[in-house]
Design a binder for this molecule. Structure first.
Ligand SMILES: [Fe+2]
Length: 192
């Protein structure tokens, strides 16, 4: 699909970094969060693929920029010492990866759908994936949400965004290959 340079786009809303950014750990340089190098076995949960394009407001691809991605495992637990959730860790799940957009601005990852987790006595965070994009002119930190999740409706962070709809990934029609659910999440910077 060609992208008109006249298409008016909106910058992807910022979201907070959150308490479980894995400070002190180097993101693993691979696009697959479901398999830990050197350990046999796959992460538990629904395996999905997430793909999208990093763009600027003019619809131009933002090429070759670092993207850090981190999330909870299928049980809703982060690989982070501060996470108080008693849900189990998954020895086969990679909690944080670092990749780059390609020459067309595209990224693609394989992961598991993260579990919901408690963020307070009366607040369950819906499934979401954290993204940090280091563009040449700007840094964007945000969170991607899943379509048709009942918890989206009352999530304080998602609904604090000016355009929550821009943070919800879109299903991609089956490509007939992997058999996994594929979701699209484009990320729009101002200049890139
Ligand atoms: Fe989170």
């Amino acid at each position: 699909m060609s992208i008109s340079t006249n298409t008016r786009r909106h910058r992807t809303p910022d979201q907070i970094l959150g308490p479980y950014f894995p400070t002190g750990h180097t993101p693993v340089p691979q696009a697959d969060l479901t398999s830990v190098n050197g350990i046999d076995g796959l992460a538990r949960g629904e395996i999905i693929e997430v793909t999208g394009k990093i763009l600027n407001l003019d619809g131009e691809p933002v090429r070759g920029v670092p993207v850090t991605i981190w999330q909870a495992n299928t049980f809703g637990r982060y690989v982070h010492a501060n996470d108080p959730n008693p849900a189990p860790l998954d020895p086969h799940f990679v909690g944080c990866i670092g990749i780059r957009s390609d020459d067309d601005g595209i990224y693609r990852i394989k992961t598991v759908k993260p579990g919901a987790y408690p963020a307070g006595l009366d607040w369950m965070r819906p499934p979401h994936i954290h993204f940090e994009v280091h563009g040449r002119f700007e840094r964007l930190i945000t969170q991607m949400y899943f379509p048709d999740e009942p918890l989206n409706a009352c999530d304080r962070l998602l609904n604090a965004a000016l355009r929550p709809d821009l943070l919800i990934a879109k299903p991609v029609p089956s490509e007939g290959g992997s058999g996994h659910r594929v979701l699209n999440f484009d990320i729009v910077l101002v200049r890139g």
